[in-house]
Design a protein around this ligand. Structure first.
Ligand code: SF4
Ligand code: SF4
Length: 322
């Protein structure tokens, strides 16, 4: 079982700008990852294994190679650079032999159509900040900033703290989108540098949480409660995914309502958002050769989400749909 201990070695001698980390995307003009217009930096690696994960290429710390057959023109460029027989052209059709691939990324650099994609690269904090700074004008006008997401930013605490320090020094608003699954030291060190924590709560029942995500939620709930107790810590938005057949039973929702009602009123808890499951990520599982365990699951009906929101409201907890 994975334990939420410090996963990245500390080297406080390295200046923040030079600290390296692994990311798989930098998304500009994000409007769902905190207030205003934001740039979201997606860090690679996550200790949880949620079946509904929207970013399957985020889960492993190692790079992932994606292949989109519809974009492939069978030009054969990839066969020329792969030293591991990862690609062959058979009767004019390209075949990706994923089992032979060592994820070096050489073919993805040569593919002329973008049919091959490498998700995961090592970059410095300085490089990330140079990307983030490009949209400063939009942050200033909209009240936005930079969000660290993933994957799980707490899996790379040195990199995350370096990015948050650099952003703070540049007077940028910062948010960390997290599962909350980390040891206390790492959790405190990273979140103390953020203006806002987007904290996912997937399930209150511990055994069910372990079954759905592969890990216990005890450290998660401990971290959240401690975070809200601290007088001058970051603001918190709770994010509650609703996934039909996974975490939306009557008991599960009731537990969630009771839990949120026990926290609501804390001045640092600014908002609670329901995050209805959607199917937009399904094709990504195929692209990256991952198994989609909840294939065929439909998004929750609007009236079901409205009913959940009403039940929260009846307990005096305002919840909005994200
Ligand atoms: S290089 Fe790209 S387009 Fe050409 S065969 Fe390989 S995957 Fe297809
Ligand atoms: S990523 Fe490297 S090993 Fe994998 S198919 Fe491409 S060139 Fe071959």
């Amino acid at each position: 079982m994975h334990s939420p201990e410090h996963p990245q070695k500390s080297d406080s001698q390295i200046p923040s700008a030079a600290v390296k980390g692994r990311i798989f995307d930098v998304q500009t003009f994000s409007i769902h990852d905190g207030p205003g217009i934001r740039t979201t930096v997606f860090l690679k690696g996550c200790p949880l294994r949620c079946a509904w994960c929207h970013n399957p290429e985020s889960i492993e710390t190692e790079p992932d190679v994606g292949f989109i057959p519809a974009k492939c023109i069978a030009c054969g460029q990839c066969t020329l650079v792969c030293a591991h027989e990862g690609h062959t052209i058979v009767e004019g059709r390209h075949v990706f032999q994923r089992g032979f691939c060592v994820r070096c990324g050489a073919c993805t650099a040569e593919c002329p159509t973008g049919a091959l994609e490498l998700a995961g690269k090592e970059v410095t904090a300085a490089w990330v900040m140079s990307e983030v700074e490009k949209d400063r004008m939009f942050y200033e006008r909209s009240g936005g900033g930079m969000t660290l997401s993933g994957g799980e930013p707490l899996m790379q605490p040195e990199f995350s703290t370096a990015l948050l320090r650099l952003a703070r020094d540049s007077h940028l608003h910062t948010a960390v989108d997290t599962s909350g699954y980390a040891g206390e030291t790492v959790f405190n060190r990273v979140t103390a540098l953020a203006d806002l924590v987007l904290f996912d709560i997937k399930m209150i029942d511990e055994r069910a949480h372990r079954r759905l995500t592969g890990v216990s939620n005890r450290p998660i709930l401990r971290n959240l409660k401690r975070l809200l107790r601290e007088g001058n810590g970051p603001k918190v938005w709770l994010r509650l995914p609703v996934v039909p057949g996974q975490n939306d039973s009557a008991d599960a929702i009731q537990n969630l309502i009771d839990f949120c009602a026990s926290l609501w009123g804390n001045p640092r808890l600014e908002a609670i958002h329901l995050m209805p499951y959607h199917r937009l990520a399904e094709s990504k599982y195929q692209e990256f050769g991952k198994r989609y365990f909840i294939n065929g699951t439909h998004p929750p009906a609007d009236e079901d989400i409205s009913a959940i929101i009403r039940r929260f409201a009846e307990r005096g907890v305002p919840v909005t749909r994200s």
